[in-house]
Design a protein around this ligand. Structure first.
Ligand code: F6P
Length: 505
């Protein structure tokens, strides 16, 4: 990190610690500075960061940090398709899947999307016989996105039943195929590398399940979603049902590519296009808005303030909408696999805290389980609330009013606190939160929301000097698991050897 960046960090750390209450009292224009309604892709998203400790002074200092870390230049390079993922010597081109990036990449992504849409149409038209179910097999970035989007948007879909299976535990596969008729099931094998052991094992077992269910040509019911089409062909999948995507699209950024095939199946091609259009609108905002009113960047300023200056080791995300209940899981991979790193892009030690631990849940359930710690525990946990102005369920609208009032009440109460003569009943208050209010949970809003999180993760990474697009940290565990089958228990440390013995492996 440059001397200038270090000096700016020092200034940020030395800034006076004004309470949230004082910040509101001192600045009547606080909402104008920190609460932004963004018209996006035909909808509106309200980003309220006013209950964080950011103020004009801190924002100005973070802008100086952004300058010292070349955030705007790095963003422009990233969006132009430069090789921003330096450790793997390649670009990170998920935005090209939405229509923003190097012209040839955008054009190639559009061609591959057309190919996927044609396959979805053909399935709709019965070219593969009567298909009712889709079994999507993938893990990590090849599962979490489809799972989230389908759970959020396809609750009432009368198109296909889609089950997503990730875990190598046979219980997961067994649960996923429960109720599926093998003759009417399409199996989508989603793996960027087409080498992931869990996915390939589940795929083999799914083929056995199809065969066991009387399907004579199980391979005729397979579709591959991958950046390694040759490997999928070697596996035995017909070229016409291999949907490739670019090597430059990272796993945790891949839901926009053919990894989104089950989303297109459940939602329809049009819905999947709207989802990508929502993300594109956020890409354009990220590409052009001044840093102080650029939502992903402003959110990253707050993230860094708490992780670096106030020593917050975690950040909590609560979806006050059942449709978004899987969002915390999705964000865990996005944020922790991207920025959970102890070295910078150039390999030098990070020298400060990496990304905080992302955790969370769904409101109002979480209020009755974990909020005690948020209110009175000793950890300072920045909290994020995500809610939707509209609901679509069939029950009385009182449910949605109660949901939203509970959501807004938590942010107010965390900030406000309460004094009492009884220490047990005192709340310190001054606890920060952000609130994101969607108009509705629809394809465009969800696309924009996920793109917001992607760019926020990128902004955090650039401000720290991290490469957010590799994940070497996950390799060692995979290697040891692979080798365990071929080695004697004596080759391991005493604890691991005893576990191997005890399990009879
Ligand atoms: O092990 C981590 C990881 O590489 C993730 O980054 C990725 O999303 C996941 O595994 C699945 O990889 P693949 O899509 O290649 O099967």
């Amino acid at each position: 990190m440059s001397d200038t960046a270090d000096a700016v960090w020092q200034t940020i750390a030395d800034a006076p610690r004004t309470t949230l209450g004082e910040l509101f009292a001192n600045d009547p224009d606080r909402l104008a500075l920190l609460s932004h309604r963004l018209p996006i892709a035909g909808t509106d998203i309200l980003f309220d960061f006013s209950k964080t400790h950011l103020d004009a002074g801190l924002i100005a200092n973070f802008e100086r940090l952004a300058q010292a870390m070349h955030l705007a230049d790095m963003r422009d390079e990233f969006l132009a398709g430069a090789k921003i993922n330096n450790s793997e010597d390649r670009a990170a081109e998920h935005t090209a899947e939405r229509g923003l990036g190097a012209a040839d990449s955008v054009e190639q992504a559009a061609r591959l999307h057309e190919r996927m849409a044609a396959l979805v149409d053909a399935i709709d038209q019965g070219v593969f016989g009567e298909i009712r179910h889709v079994l999507h097999i993938g893990i990590g970035g090849s599962a979490l996105g489809p799972k989230l989007i389908i759970d959020a948007l396809c609750r009432d879909s009368d198109r296909y039943d889609v089950a997503v299976v990730a875990n190598v535990d046979g219980e997961a596969l067994s649960e996923a195929v429960d109720g599926f008729d093998p003759a009417k099931t399409l199996v989508a094998i989603a793996s960027k590398t087409f080498t992931t052991t869990e996915t390939l094992m589940n795929a083999e077992s799914a083929i056995d399940w199809l065969r066991g269910g009387g399907v004579e040509d199980p391979y005729g019911q397979l579709v591959a979603l991958t950046a390694a089409p040759d490997k999928a062909a070697e596996f035995g999948i017909d070229e016409t049902r291999i949907l490739p995507f670019s090597e430059t699209v990272g796993g945790r950024y891949s839901v926009w590519s053919s990894i989104g095939f089950p989303v297109a199946m459940a939602l329809g091609n049009e819905g999947f296009s709207e989802f990508r259009a929502g993300a594109l609108a956020m890409d354009k905002h990220f590409a052009t808005a001044p840093l102080a009113s650029n939502m992903p960047v402003l959110a990253a300023f707050a993230d860094l303030y708490y992780a670096q200056v106030r020593a917050s080791q975690t950040r909590a995300v609560f979806a006050y909408d059942e449709r978004l209940r899987l969002l915390p899981d999705y964000l865990q991979q996005l944020e922790m696999e991207s920025n959970g790193k102890g070295v910078r892009r150039d390999g030098s030690p990070l020298g400060r805290a990496s990304a905080p631990i992302t955790w969370g849940g769904v409101g109002t359930d979480a209020q009755h389980a974990v909020f005690q710690l948020l209110y009175q525990g000793t950890h300072l946990v920045p909290v994020e609330f995500i809610a939707s102005r509209l609901s679509v369920h069939e029950f009385d609208e009182a449910h949605h009013r109660a949901l939203l009032t509970n959501c807004f009440a938590q942010g107010a109460a965390l900030m406000q606190g309460k004094t009492s003569d009884d220490p047990q009943r005192s709340y310190p208050g001054d606890r920060p939160s952000m609130t994101i209010l969607l108009d509705n949970v629809d394809p465009a809003s969800l696309g924009a929301l996920i793109a917001f999180y992607e760019h926020r993760t990128f902004a955090n990474a650039m401000l720290l000097g991290i490469n957010p697009f590799d994940q070497f940290g996950v390799e060692l565990g995979k290697e040891i698991a692979k080798s365990m089958g071929n080695r004697q228990s004596g080759d391991f440390d005493p604890s691991t050897a005893a576990l191997i013995e005890a399990a009879g492996l």
